[in-house]
Write a protein that binds this ligand. Structure first.
Ligand code: ZN
Length: 217
């Protein structure tokens, strides 16, 4: 069944990641039948705004197949105009109910940006654009007293979730209307699991435990 709501989409991604982590992937939707079925149209249930790192292949780590994920990847999972346009295409034209910002530990792009800021030297060529896109997260991490690389990655993931919503009016409207959720996740290279570090709208808090009448007095 194709997930059609943000909650269903998130549950399917988490289930797929769990299959991958535990070594029992199903490799769904990867055969000739699926290829033929989606040739005339796509209805991906999640957009992945992920880092380009070669170890972060979305369909593999979430155990999905053809037509399931709409994937936009840049080094350091940035949120420039082409990325925003791609996200907006998926959520408006394709009706995708979930956007995931996907970072990971030991991110080379975040590391390179940190080095560039620390040494005050601009990297050569277009690599400077990656550094510029990550720099606001470095400043935020510094303000928040976060110094370790993986902590900075978490800040950057949360920053990109907020940036997508701040820069894309149409995405913010979809989220406000309940049609779409934006989640920031961090992937661990060695274990393969994803961890949620940011979510908009905030997930509902766990319901309070019922009061025991015998104790209520
Ligand atoms: Zn990376």
């Amino acid at each position: 069944m194709i997930p059609t709501t943000p909650d269903e989409a998130l549950a399917e991604l988490r289930a797929g990641n769990q299959r991958f982590v535990t070594g029992v992937p199903q490799h769904p939707n990867q055969d000739a039948g699926r290829r033929a079925a989606v040739a005339d149209g796509q209805h991906p249930f999640a957009v992945i705004v992920g880092c380009s790192d070669s170890r972060l292949a979305a369909e593999i780590i979430f155990d999905q197949g053809l037509g399931d994920l709409f994937v936009v990847r840049t080094a350091g999972h940035t949120a420039g105009p082409e990325v925003l346009g791609s996200v907006e295409y998926a959520v408006t034209v394709l009706g995708t109910p979930l956007v995931v910002v996907l970072g990971h530990d030991s991110c080379g792009a975040v590391q390179a940006a940190r080095e560039a800021v620390r040494t005050g030297s601009a990297p050569a060529g277009h690599l400077g654009a990656v550094v510029d896109a990550v720099s606001p997260s470095l400043l935020r991490a510094a303000r928040e007293g976060v110094e370790d690389l993986d902590g900075i990655v978490d800040v950057h993931i949360a920053q990109i979730v907020e940036t997508l919503l701040a820069r894309s009016t149409v995405l913010a409207e979809r989220v406000a209307g309940g049609a779409c959720t934006v989640v920031g996740m961090s992937y661990r290279l060695s274990g393969g699991e994803v961890r949620t570090v940011a979510q908009s709208p905030d997930p509902l808090p766990a319901p309070a435990a019922p009061v025991d009448p015998a104790l209520a007095g």
